[in-house]
Write a protein that binds this ligand. Structure first.
Ligand SMILES: Nc1ncnc2c1ncn2[C@@H]1O[C@H](COP(=O)(O)OP(=O)(O)OP(=O)(O)O)[C@@H](O)[C@H]1O
Length: 312
């Protein structure tokens, strides 16, 4: 469990983190989202005591990080800045960490396997690709078998296989009852792994919500369905809490209140062939952009916002 109370960090004139109040609970993956410069890394650094709050506080499992007797066994963190000696092998790096924290050597082999680093563990870490470096950072974070795991942009530099590995890893860590806190500025990636979202912009809390609620709020539970006989499908799908919109002469209906699965099953039950059945997928990105629009520090001229047909 991570608890932030009025957490604030100023660097001179700049307020990087501005009165954040949030709780990260065990047993789920919590995504920490926000545009570049929103204050995510600064918040994470304060959680593990690498930066001191200007005011407010943040605790892990009820204590400040520095007050834990065995911090590595309490919270494992992957932060953006790496501190690995380039001449040292992955194995030696993890072994040194284990030795200084009273962690058995057998755990080093376990995390090397877990991170898929077996074949490169004896190589110099300085020669590692970005993706291998990320895997080593994650291995180090898991070394103490911590109850709380915090990763800053873990998919950075990973290939598709690595991205999938991270997704499965995060989900299984949460399923084991751990607190999993992961930052990203990519809504699409977070939507695939996170159950809960904490969204920040310019250091302030913009939303503390479930993925499901954010989708709902953005109208993302609309399903687009096409059939030769939309009038009949409309009759079949009609019911309490179901809203159906269609245009005269169009084979397409927009349905809210039913999932793609429910619509597909009902149509099949009544022998109505469907030509298309899809949930709106861009709405999560749209919801994120709507929320953070005023909080983006650096607007590009040709960003993803343009591809959605919207102007920042
Ligand atoms: N040591 C520092 N000195 C001065 N300003 C800083 C320092 N660290 C961060 N900042 C500023 O604080 C703000 C928040 O930065 P932070 O790195 O926490 O954001 P972020 O959400 O992690 O961004 P990104 O997604 O780009 O990593 C930024 O405007 C940044 O320039």
């Amino acid at each position: 469990m991570i608890e932030a109370q009025l957490l604030t960090k100023r660097y001179g004139e700049k307020t990087a983190v501005d009165g954040l109040d949030f709780t990260v609970k065990p047993g789920t993956v919590t995504g920490f989202l926000g545009p570049n410069g929103a204050g995510k890394s600064t918040t994470m650094r304060m959680i593990v005591g690498l930066d001191a709050p200007t005011s407010g506080s943040v605790t892990v499992n009820g204590r400040h990080y520095a007050e834990h007797r065995a911090p590595l066994q309490e919270v494992g963190a992957l932060l953006e800045a790496k501190s690995i000696h380039p001449g040292r092998s992955a194995y030696n790096h993890l072994n040194a960490l284990a030795l200084t924290h009273g962690i058995p050597r057998s755990r080093v082999d376990e995390v090397i396997d877990l991170a898929g680093l077996g074949s490169v563990a004896k190589r110099r870490a300085g020669a590692f690709s970005l993706g291998m470096g990320q895997r080593l950072g994650i291995a180090a974070a898991l070394l103490g078998d911590p109850q709380t795991v915090m990763l800053d942009e873990p998919v950075n530099g990973l290939d598709p296989e690595g991205v999938l590995w991270i997704r499965n890893l995060l989900t299984s860590l949460a399923a084991e009852g751990r607190t999993v806190f992961v930052s990203s500025h990519l809504m699409s990636e977070m939507a695939l792994v996170a159950d809960h979202l904490i969204i920040v912009g310019r250091g302030r809390l913009l939303a503390d919500t479930t993925v499901q609620d954010l989708v709902r709020q953005a109208g993302g539970d609309t399903v687009k369905v096409a059939t030769e006989d939309p009038a009949r499908l409309r009759d079949v799908l009609a019911g309490p809490g179901v809203d159906i919109v269609g245009q005269v002469g169009s084979e397409e209906l927009h349905v809210t209140g039913l999932t793609t699965r429910e619509i597909g099953l009902k149509a099949a039950e009544h022998g109505i062939p469907l030509f298309g059945l899809s949930a709106r997928t861009v709405s999560l990105e749209e919801a994120f952009m709507d929320l953070t629009r005023d909080a983006v520090e650096y607007h590009g001229t040709t960003t993803a916002i343009d591809t959605l047909g919207r102007v920042a």
